[in-house]
Write a protein that binds this ligand. Structure first.
Ligand code: NAP
Length: 525
């Protein structure tokens, strides 16, 4: 293992403190392995932040047989896919990085996509993960072999060759936002211009001087619209719902501060922790009918008038739902962009697409050369379209037909030794997802160590534990702002909140600090 600036030995602070009890488990695991117990072979699906974190921590724990199956030809996951102009993180980068691999020299508060991708790539070198990577290899299906106590992975490579391999443990790290969603709008096939989705940006297509239309105004569009507006001849924004847009306050970090963070890791750790606690306090906004939410909504409305003047109607820009029900967006260039003379905001519903443009419900057609979809992702089906078959032939799609659920967001009864990172009910509206991933990986590693220490082959979460957990999560969900009736990617069409963690991240961290083996059925020897 090599080392570079990103690896620091400093622990402590809430976002990086070691978990009590782990050291003893670690020692017992190493003793069992030295006595001949075979650590499991782990297949990780996806080489994004979650997959890399899992591989690193498994290796550090002494579980060396790790393969990362990745459909594309490189690491980075969402930060590899989303290369649209202006792509950047909307969580401050000092927190949107791993506690065990902090980067003291982030260029600015909200690092741009290339810098985040380069950080993730650097982890492969730093932790010597090259031998784990199986790029251009997609996992199409998983099935549990009860007799062998193993998962059988169906694989297809980039040339279409199909093979099967086995693993003792599967860690899915596919993310919640990996499948771009394009709505089925009548006439889309007939459009003569260029069409693409924000997560599949066509960099070969020059937008300069073009008439561009954007359907969907969310966290992605708010970032790519300002640069597109600056190059296009005209830009029509088809907005279905308004968003709460807060100031972003992005800024470069001066070189003296980056040098200070590099020289004094504890200073950087304190800074990182201060960001964490500031964001964590915002969970209060996620509670149903919160005072903070009402205050923010009224401040937002007051702030809007001087920002938009008379060109835009406030009604079209003030959301009809409380803050937090959809992700609160941050930008400093959004309203100035809407005020540009070449930008039009259309709030009439998109009705159909013609060969030459988009027709809205008022019957008006806007002629366009290029249509960009900023319509987000298919988010509530999690592992789809992969087919996952567990014990006794049960199909995960069938188990999840009324909406996905998983114990701690990690495991589903009947699917032993299958751990999901960033699984159901683990997304956040207020803090860094990398923090959640670290908790999940820490828990998963401890479970695998326990299996080795106890000489068992598999762990299957008990139905009762999973139901108890889900009841708690859904009861808490009913008291959040996400249940308030707005449409969002956090929930199914039936309104079940399948994506978000419904409490503070500190509560999640406590739940995952160490496994309670009463929740699990351990089997096989
Ligand atoms: P999104 O937030 O789900 O936004 C999708 C947009 O498309 C919404 O405006 C939605 O309208 C609209 N839409 C969907 N279906 C439509 C239809 N049939 N007709 C018209 N409009 C339609 O997607 P996103 O912007 O890609 O962001 C997704 C998530 O990715 C974010 O919430 C965030 O977690 C993450 N993200 C993070 C960053 C970052 O960190 N920098 C950047 C981008 C994205 P409605 O609101 O009316 O449904």
């Amino acid at each position: 293992m090599t080392s570079n600036n990103y690896v620091q030995s400093v622990s402590g602070g809430v976002t990086g403190a070691p978990v009590r009890g782990r050291a003893e488990r670690d020692r017992a695991f190493r003793a069992a392995a030295a006595a001949g117990a075979r650590p499991p072979r782990v297949a990780i699906l996806g080489a994004g932040a979650g997959g890399l974190c899992a591989a690193i921590q498994l290796r550090l724990a002494g579980i060396d047989s790790v393969s990362i199956y990745e459909r594309s030809d490189g690491v980075g996951g969402t930060w590899r896919d989303n290369t649209y102009p202006g792509a950047a993180c909307d969580v401050p980068s000092h927190l949107y990085s791993f506690s065990f691999a902090s980067k003291p020299d982030w260029s600015r508060k909200f690092a741009p996509q290339p810098e985040i991708l380069s950080y993730l790539k650097s982890l492969v070198d730093t932790y010597d993960l090259h031998d784990t990577l199986r790029c251009r290899t997609e996992v199409t299906d998983l099935s549990w072999d009860e007799v062998g106590g193993v998962w059988i992975l169906g694989l297809v490579d980039a040339d279409g060759r199909r093979t099967r391999e086995e693993a003792d443990v599967v860690v899915s790290a596919l993310g919640q936002l990996n499948r771009p969603f394009v709505p089925d709008i009548p006439g889309l096939e007939e459009f003569n211009g260029r069409v693409f989705h924000s997560a599949r940006w066509d960099h070969d297509h020059d937008l300069r001087g073009e008439r561009v239309g954007v359907i969907g105004i969310g966290a992605s569009a708010i970032q790519f619209v300002p640069p597109v507006a600056a190059m296009a001849r005209s830009l029509v924004l088809f907005q279905r719902s308004a968003n709460y847009v807060a100031p972003r306050g992005d800024r470069p970090y001066p070189s003296w501060l980056r040098a200070a963070f590099t020289r004094w890791p504890r200073l950087q750790r304190a800074y990182r922790d201060s960001i964490y606690w500031r964001l964590e306090a915002r969970f209060n906004l996620m509670r149903k009918d919160s005072r903070l939410g009402r205050m923010l909504a009224s401040q937002f409305a007051k702030r809007l008038r001087p920002l938009v003047g008379n060109k835009l109607s406030e009604e079209s820009l003030i959301p009809d739902y409380p803050p937090g029900c959809k992700r609160i967006l941050i930008a400093d260039d959004w309203y100035p962009t809407l005020l540009r003379s070449n930008v039009e905001v259309v709030t009439d519903a998109v009705e159909r697409i013609t060969p030459s443009g988009v027709v809205t419900a008022d019957g008006q057609e806007r002629p366009l050369d290029t249509l960009i979809f900023g319509t987000g992702f298919t988010s509530t089906e999690f592992l789809a379209p992969m087919r996952v078959t567990g014990r006794n032939g049960i199909d995960l799609n069938e188990v999840w037909k009324d909406g996905a659920a998983a114990f701690l967001g990690l495991s589903v009864p009947g699917f032993p030794n299958l751990f999901m990172l960033y699984g159901p009910n683990t997304n956040l509206g207020h803090n860094s997802i990398l923090f959640m991933i670290e908790q999940q990986v820490g828990y998963m590693v401890q479970m695998l160590q326990e299996e080795v220490i106890r000489g068992v082959r598999s762990a299957d979460v008990r139905q009762a534990a999973a139901e108890r957990f889900d009841d708690d999560v859904q009861a808490a969900a009913a008291n959040t702002v996400w249940a308030e009736g707005c449409h969002s990617w956090y929930k199914t069409d039936d309104g079940r909140i399948t994506n978000n963690w419904t409490g503070h991240t500190t509560a999640y961290r406590r739940r995952l600090a160490a496994p309670d083996l009463n929740d699990w059925e351990l089997a096989g020897s």
